[in-house]
Design a protein around this ligand. Structure first.
Ligand SMILES: O=C(O)C(=O)C[C@H](O)[C@H](O)COP(=O)(O)O
Length: 209
């Protein structure tokens, strides 16, 4: 896996995960893998996130491990040091973009408008996170941009569920979707990894057109 475009082809869904307790990190990643999802995006939203990435890196080597919610150059560097093999940003600033390029890792930069997507395409980036997908226009928006931006593919994220994912995955300019529905907050808090495995199993049966 060397490019952002490769990231879009790993799985129909990239699970977006919030980890509060580092002890949950490895079992959660194992549950996703057992359910057939071989990628995980750990959001850098909690104090435990970097340790969680390090724990998954150390004990679940078969999952493709990334960091999400990268909003500063420092976070990009820290995520790489912790063991991430890809990065995802919710939106893109010039400094964050430079830092992501400097890591040498594949990344999905966030874009929510046509102008943002065009600026990223100018930098040679053709695989983008579309965030916040539902709030920013959803399936209709992505259909509309396919004409003027034919070279771009997206990972829409934000407000997507098992029920709505197929409508996104049917679009030719969508490679995969992102979502937190595979790892609900209450299931993680209850350490209900069986439920997470079951949700991953359902998600892994989604197909791309
Ligand atoms: O943290 C980030 O970097 C984000 O961009 C936000 C996440 O992608 C969404 O919170 C996931 O969306 P939900 O599936 O609606 O929960």
């Amino acid at each position: 896996m060397t490019t952002g475009s490769d990231l879009l082809d790993l799985s129909p869904v990239i699970p977006v995960v919030v980890i509060e307790d580092v002890a949950d990190a490895a079992p959660l990643a194992e549950a996703l893998l057992a359910g057939g999802i071989r990628v995980i995006e750990v959001t850098l939203r909690t104090p435990a996130a970097l340790d969680a990435i390090a724990a998954i890196h150390a004990s679940v080597p078969d999952i493709v491990l990334g960091a999400g919610t990268v909003t500063s150059p420092e976070q990009a560097e820290q995520a790489v040091s912790a063991g991430s093999s890809f990065l995802v940003t919710p939106g893109t600033t010039p400094d964050v973009l430079d830092a992501c390029f400097a890591t040498g890792l594949p990344f999905l930069p966030g874009a929510g408008t046509v102008s943002e997507a065009m600026r990223l395409a100018e930098r040679g980036l053709t695989a983008l996170k579309f965030f916040p997908a539902e709030a920013a226009g959803g399936v209709d928006y992505l259909k509309s941009v396919a004409g003027p931006l034919p070279g771009l593919r997206f990972c829409p994220t934000g407000g997507i569920s098992l029920a709505t994912a197929p409508r996104y995955l049917a679009l030719p300019n969508v490679g995969c979707v992102g979502g937190s529905w595979l790892t609900p907050k209450n299931a993680v808090a209850a350490k209900d990894f069986g439920r997470i495995e079951a949700l991953a199993k359902e998600a892994s049966t989604l197909t791309r057109d």
